[in-house]
Ligand binder design. Sequence first.
Ligand SMILES: [Zn+2]
Length: 423
Amino acid sequence: MPEIAVTKVERVAVDQNESVRVVHIERPEDWAACPECGVVSTTVRQRRTTRPRDLPYGEEQLTVRWHKRQFACAEPLCPRKAFTESVAEIPPRARVTGRLCRAAARRVACGASVAAACREYRLAWPLVHRHLTALADELLAEPEPVEVLGIDETRRGRARWRKRPDGTWDKLERFETNFVDLSGGQGLLGQAAGRTGSAVVDWLTARGPQWKQAVRVVAIDPAACYRTAIRRSLPHATIVVDHFHLIALANKALTSIRQRVTRDRRGRRGRASDPEWANRHRLLRARERLSEHTFTHMWNALIDHEPTGQILTAWIAKEELRTLLACARERQPRSVISHRLFRFHSWCANSAIPELATLAETIDAWWPETLAFITTQVTNARTEGTNRLIKDVARVAFGFRNLTNQRRRVRLACTHQTINPAA
Ligand SMILES: [Zn+2]
């Protein structure tokens, strides 16, 4: 009871008629200053008792009775003849206490929707939202400098389709770029609209030169616009590409080769009776996560039923890339890294499969950043955890219309602050 503490708790009594706990409070001072002219008055005109709603006491309802006084203004020239005393916790005309509103705001900060907090505490939406904004302003300060910065994108809302005049469709998607602290405990540092290089440059510029100078490593998805932006804004920082996305590229190449082989051979899409379709998930799983039996079954099915051998060639290319990236975990010397890179490249080149040539070119284009991952072992995995939280917040709210509200709620949820709902 931070603010009510300045008032005097007169008596706590269990009211027999209402069988509820009643707290009677009043201000200890026998004077009050007029809000109009500021002159102190001690002349009490009348007393009133109000019942502002408060938090429950354990499982019981707590009734607060505030015995407040109306004073006559001591200044004859003041247009206000009388005024009623008030405290910050229960402002004039308030029917609920401040701590009830703050408790509702903390419920929202802990993951409830504003509507759910309103139902639980029987409060109005604008009131809870106002206290939530105040709580966010208090908790969400300007981000502290970070050593390892993670940058990636999330889609805001669902993709929408719009018909063009010529009858074709346009896919409309809105993206946000997220900045995450990968070395410290600050969680989500901020968001910027769009997934462009300028969004990254503007956000970093707003942090100031000292903040930028402190960043040592930046982990990004393999997106050229992010790389260009980091090279421009943070020329001293090491750029690391996230290995998860590199393996995802290899898996994508493998899937498109499998689909093309099925189309060429059978003239249709894959079905459960096609061995390559039946093994589609096993193909994407890591080799060490397949049992010997499963691996043999998949291998033999493809040897027996896929005469071109392209799917297995692509699978081996994917595994070669994984072996190369495993140098990070195994802390292999440069000679082993070069050897594995050569093996991956020559396998892709000798296969004469266009999708694998593209994959090898992409790895080549991102080689300095891939090598930086192998030597630093920095991954963007923590930003992926943040992305899940970002989506959860949008789901709980049934989507957002107001971007400012969304950003505030997302950052509250993704900041590694412990908010005690009962504090
Ligand atoms: Zn006055």
